[in-house]
Every structure is written in C-alpha cells, then in structure tokens.
Design a protein around this ligand. Structure first.
Ligand code: UD1
Ligand code: CA
Length: 492
C-alpha cells in the first residue's frame, strides 16, 4: 500500500530516548545495525513508507549520536529531547508539545528499536483503524512468552478494555498471551486530550501511554486491536542476542525477496544482503557472499563464493569470485578474482579482468583491459585493451605524495614491472620483463630498463665453496671440467 490509500494527515512519533543498557555498548542502542541500516533508520523508513507527513523523534540517551543519525537520514524529522525517561506517555506528551500546534488527523506511535516493522504493516494498521472508525488501534500479537510486555485486557465479548503493564498485572492478566507491541494509531485530537491527563499511579511511577486505551473505553470511545500474525515485526531489540536473531530473520526475508525476483541464491543461510542492495534477475549468488550498502548487481552476473561487496556496482554478465570490494565499479562481462581486493575508486571496464592476488585502488582499468596476476594498481589509468604483466607494481607513493600513472590503450607491459609514478606509457607501447619504468614511454615504443644479463662463471664455487649449491654446480658440469677453478672470477 502507498500514500494514496490514506491521503489524510498522518503524524508519526518515534520513541527512541531509552538507554539500551543491555547492549553494553558505547554506541546508542538504536544505532546498532541489521541489514546495513541502524534500527532508528528502519523505523524512519517504515513510517515514511506509510505515508507519514510529519515525523517527530524523541531522543534522550546518547542523544548526540542519535540526533546525528536522524539528521543524516532526513533533516526534516523533528527531534525533541526527553531529559528524563518518565515513560512512554511522557515521551509522547513532549513530542506533541514540540509541534507548533496540536496535530490534526491521525498519529502513529512507534519505537526506534523494532527494526522488522514494515511500512506495509503500518499502512494496514492505519486502514484497519479508519475502516473500524476507532480512536485508538493498538498493534498486538500472540506470543509464547509474554513476560515483560503489556497485556491486552479484553471483556467477555472480546472487546479490548485496557492494556495492563506486566508489573501492574493480576495473575489472571499475566496469563494473557496477547501482548501490546507498543505500536499504535490514535486520533490526534484524542491523543492530545488523553496524554495531558495521564497519571503515574502505577508500579513504575511512570506516565504510561498505554493508559489512553482505558481512558478511551471509560469515555465510551471505540478502541480495538489489530492482531499481527507476523510476531517478528513487533519484536524489540534489547541485547545483542536479539539483534543477531532479528538480523538473521531480516536477512531471511531479504534473500526470500530476491529469490522471488529471480535471483539464484545457492545458500541463503550464508548469503547476507543489506536492505538497500539491488539485484537483477538471473544473478547467481554463491555461498558466503555478502552484498552490502548500496551494492547493485546486473543481470546474469555470478558473485561468490566468499565475496564481500560494499557499495559496488557490478554490470551484467560479470563474474566476481572470492573478492573483497568497496566503492568500486565492475563493468559488464568483466571478471574479478579469485582473491582480488578492490578498494575505493576502482573502475573496471566492460570485458576487463582483475585477476588473482591483485589489489586496485583509485584506478580506472579500461574496457577489455587486464591485470591478471599478483599486482598492485594504485592511482593509475589503464587504457582499453591494455595488458599488465604478472607481478606489476604501480609505485604511486613517494613517501610524501601520491602520483598518478597512465598506461595507454592496447599497451602490453611485461612481468615484474614497476611503474614509478607519475609516468605515462603511450598507446600501443610495450615494456620488457623486470623493467622499472621511471620515464614516459612514447606510443609504440618498447621500454627496457633492466641491464644486459652478465654471467660470472664459477662464482658459486669461488664465493660459496663447499655448499650444496657448489656441489650441484660441479655435478652439472661436463666430466672434464669438474675441477675447482684456479682463477678468482672477476666481479661479484
Ligand atoms: C512498552 C509498553 C508495553 C509494551 C512494550 C513493548 C508502555 C507503558 N508500555 O513497555 O505495553 O508491551 O513497550 O515493547 O508504554 N521510551 C522513551 N521514553 C520513555 C520511555 C520509553 O523514549 O520515557 C522509548 C524506549 O526508548 C523504547 C520504547 O519507548 O523505544 C519502549 O520503552 P520500553 O521501556 O522498552 O518499554 P516498556 O515501557 O517497558
Ligand atoms: Ca522494550
């Protein structure tokens, strides 16, 4: 469902002032991530997907960190600080007071630590609320272990009459397995009226938002529950165990989604896909693949096994094997891996190749160009169709500054070359094996920097006598020559 199904005014209040002590973290609880998004972001994504016009976030503990994350997500979200966590009713009260005028229409109250709650569920909750014509609709679920939750109290006819907090509940109420998720939809005018009248005469001495249900019932206003079958969506995170459990479940949902979109995932249990990733049909993901951040994979590409890509754009028909990459681009039909390291700013053209044990940083490798073996390419531009020999190093760093190098189109550089930046190899040029290229090479030239080979006969026998090498060298010589040399060889 989209915004169109409920064009009326909707305001969201996202509660996120709590401490999160059980995370035992220097990081605010709601900033812990699953599927590449912090929990507070998941909450904001859900409310914005439900057609909310105005969002107010209530922050408190670790407010600086949380505020920064909220502003980064959407600076239009209104933030209000709750100095002391006097309860969910108090939090909503100060959220309402932060607005220029009391809100009109409908208000969604949700939490910053319930990361699986979807926009679709919020939309369905809004529709149910409107169709039933209630003043309050709470999102509830039947759970096996309701310990700690507020219980949904119903009368003999099954009508909701109150929410009772665990600490305030009678034995009979404690036996109820229908729990308050804490997420609810309420008419704005009633909320403003009811929240101003909350009292703290309860076991925790707090202002309970949940008391607005009993108040509505007492005033004869219609209230009800929207029971969610999908209990995962109502689960909050209080510790790292829950974070991991919900993270795995969200990943299961994401892998299921992409499989339904035509992606082959050989082993969903070892494949991790962040929320913001996009994958085309007929992509194959092999075991141990992690697609993170804003990674995009084009049609027909095969990724993995054992590959981690963060913010990497992979074209169509590419192959990426046992690779670690971030902030990089891999062209159509290009091949990468195994054991390749693509650092930020790597751009590999169509049909290009980055092969085994190759590290690339801040470099462009043109269409059809290849860096097949054992190389470091840093701050270089390699032209289309060029081939870089095995064991090549782009020496980009002079100890103070980084410099760029350029290899021309269809250049063929040989094995074990060092390009001392800044240097330019012209189009169609060649280099000899073992060359250290310090000066520019004109187009079409062959650059050779290694000296002419010199063989110093008998050097081992003279300088390393009585070694296994000397013995082997002697045994390799013809019978007649198997005496020790009498003269000192020249040079060493
Ligand atoms: C609340 C509900 C309970 C429900 C449970 C679901 C009340 C009184 N109780 O329990 O019925 O079953 O959630 O998890 O509403 N928060 C603030 N400021 C505060 C208090 C809380 O921002 O002063 C935020 C917390 O950061 C958290 C959320 O509100 O995101 C819920 O608070 P928490 O203390 O976890 O829930 P309870 O009040 O125990
Ligand atoms: Ca909680």
């Amino acid at each position: 469902m989209t915004t169109k199904s409920h064009p009326e005014l909707v305001t969201a209040i996202v509660l996120a002032a709590g401490a999160g002590t059980r995370m035992k973290s220097a990081r605010a609880k709601v900033l812990h991530e699953i599927a590449g998004r912090s929990m507070i972001e998941h909450a904001l994504v859900a409310v914005s997907g439900a057609g909310v016009r105005t969002t107010v976030a209530v922050v408190g503990h670790d407010r600086d960190q949380v505020a920064e994350a909220i502003t980064a997500y959407d600076p239009a979200v209104i933030q209000v600080v709750q100095e002391q966590q006097n309860g969910t009713g108090h939090a909503v009260h100060i959220a309402l007071e932060s607005l220029d005028s009391p809100p009109e229409g409908t208000v969604i109250v949700t939490y910053g630590d319930v990361p699986l709650l979807s926009a679709q569920t919020l939309s369905e909750l809004l529709v149910d609320h409107r169709v039933a014509g209630r003043v309050v609709t709470i999102l509830t679920a039947e759970v096996d272990d309701p310990t700690g939750y507020g219980r949904i109290v119903r009368d003999a006819d099954g009508a909701v009459t109150a929410i009772r907090e665990h600490k305030d509940a009678s034995d009979e109420e404690l036996a109820v397995r229908e729990i308050n998720s804490g997420i609810l939809v309420v008419e704005a005018a009633f909320l403003t009226h009811a929240v101003a009248r909350l009292e703290s005469g309860n076991a925790q001495g707090e202002l309970y938002l949940t008391d607005i249900v009993g108040k509505a019932v007492a005033e004869g206003r219609p209230v009800g529950a929207h029971v969610l079958e999908d209990v995962w969506q109502t689960e909050g995170v209080n510790d790292r165990g829950q974070l991991a459990r919900l993270g795995r479940e969200l990943n299961r949902r994401l892998t299921d989604h992409w499989m339904s979109e035509g992606v082959t995932i050989v082993d969903p249990a070892t494949t991790w896909i962040d929320s913001a990733v996009t994958i085309a049909a007929d992509v194959t993901l092999l075991p141990g693949t992690q697609l993170l951040g804003a990674t995009v994979i084009g049609g027909g590409s095969v990724i993995g096994p054992d590959t981690t890509l963060r913010n990497v754009e992979v074209g169509a028909g590419a192959t990426v094997i046992r690779t670690h990459g971030s902030d990089a681009v891999i062209g159509d039909r290009a091949t990468v891996g195994p054991f390749s390291y693509l650092r930020p700013g790597t751009e590999l053209g169509a049909d290009g190749k980055i092969g085994a044990f190759v590290e690339v940083k801040n470099s462009t490798i043109g269409d059809g160009a290849k860096v097949p073996h054992l190389s470091y390419v840093g701050d270089a531009d390699i032209g289309e169709g060029a081939n870089i020999g095995a064991g090549t190093i782009f020496a980009n760093y002079d100890g103070v500054n980084k410099h760029r190098s350029t290899i021309g189109r269809h250049a063929k550089t040989s094995s074990n070359n060092t390009f001392v930046a800044p240097v330019t190899v012209g189009d169609g040029a060649f280099t000899g094996a073992g060359s250290t290229i310090r000066g520019d090479v004109p187009p079409g030239a062959l650059a050779v920097s290694a000296g002419t080979q010199r063989n110093i006969e008998g050097w081992v026998a003279a300088k390393r006598p009585a070694t296994a090498s000397a013995d082997a060298a002697r045994d390799a010589r013809p019978e007649s020559a198997q005496t020790e040399p009498t003269e000192e060889p020249t040079g060493d």
